[in-house]
Design a protein around this ligand. Structure first.
Ligand code: FPP
Length: 264
């Protein structure tokens, strides 16, 4: 069963990349794609390199996948770059991961601007080192008026923490007499999440053969389609992205109803 679920590296097709994009775009493209970028450490280990070399290669995949996601007409691409649990990693690895947004954005910001990409972030911003905050803040400011794809980094993000914060905000509104308990509904909760302004993810991709959510967008992924590949994140390329979209397009989304496919 799991063998069938797990996707492999696709075979290079005999058709041009632009034609593949056009073909995929003739069917429904997920508006919001969320990716758990996993397998950087194993990629490095396979090559006898330090783990951070895998993260650095993973950063190059971020560039590739951002570009192709934008070409595919995806509206929001959320990338799980650092979780609230990742602080448990060795300091040298954390320091490296915290430097990656700076390197990525200083190298590729002009390209993102040219692609009309808007950079955003979800997660606890205040706990990040100053240099990480500066890089993200600058990228967000410089791309704020772009209206193409949103590249949303989940950085120091944890879904349970996000839900706890949301519940606290709602409890405060109740305590201040601004909200009645009977008016607490799904919309209220959603409106207090960090993703309140974004559509729900339609597709979740996890690389590296792992099949779990790791505290990622637990509320928001309620009706997303999931696709798993055994490809390690640094090896995840445009063809893997096309394969994930094809997998999404083969699903019938009913959102709990018994009717045929519904529009997302
Ligand atoms: C999980 O793989 C990956 C991470 C915790 C970090 C992901 C970060 C990137 C891909 C680069 C982000 C780039 C920017 C621009 C922010 P792992 O290290 O747990 O892999 P393993 O399971 O093989 O050890």
């Amino acid at each position: 069963m799991l063998g069938k679920l797990m996707r492999k590296k696709p075979i290079v097709p005999d058709i041009k990349m632009s034609d593949q994009i056009a073909l995929l775009k003739s069917r429904k493209i997920p508006a919001h794609v969320a990716i758990i970028m996993d397998g950087n450490g194993r990629w490095a280990k396979q090559r006898n390199l330090p783990r951070v070399a895998g993260h650095h290669e993973g950063m190059k995949t971020v560039r590739r996948i951002t570009r192709v996601a934008s070409d595919l007409g995806i509206k929001v691409l959320t990338l799980y770059a650092f979780s609230t649990e990742n602080w448990k990693r060795p300091k040298v690895e954390i320091d490296f991961l915290m430097k990656l947004p700076g390197e990525f954005l200083s190298t590729y910001l002009p390209e993102l601007i040219e692609q009309n990409v808007k950079v955003e972030m979800i997660g606890n911003f205040s706990m990040l080192p100053d240099h990480t905050k500066d890089a993200i803040r600058r990228a967000m400011e410089e791309t704020a008026s772009n209206d193409g794809m949103t590249l949303n980094f989940a950085m120091n993000y944890g879904s349970r923490l996000e839900l706890v914060e949301s519940v606290k905000k709602i409890a405060n509104l109740v305590a201040e007499g601004k909200l009645a308990i009977e008016d607490i509904d799904e919309t209220q909760i959603e409106s207090h999440l960090m993703t309140a302004h974004l559509p729900e993810p339609d597709l979740l991709i996890r690389t590296s053969g792992e099949v779990r959510l790791s505290n990622f967008m637990l509320w928001q992924l309620a009706y997303a389609e999931f696709t798993f590949t055994d490809v390690l994140w640094p090896d995840f390329d445009e063809l893997c992205m096309f394969d994930a979209i094809k997998d999404f397009q083969s699903r019938s989304r009913r959102f709990g109803s018994v009717e045929g496919e519904k529009e997302a």
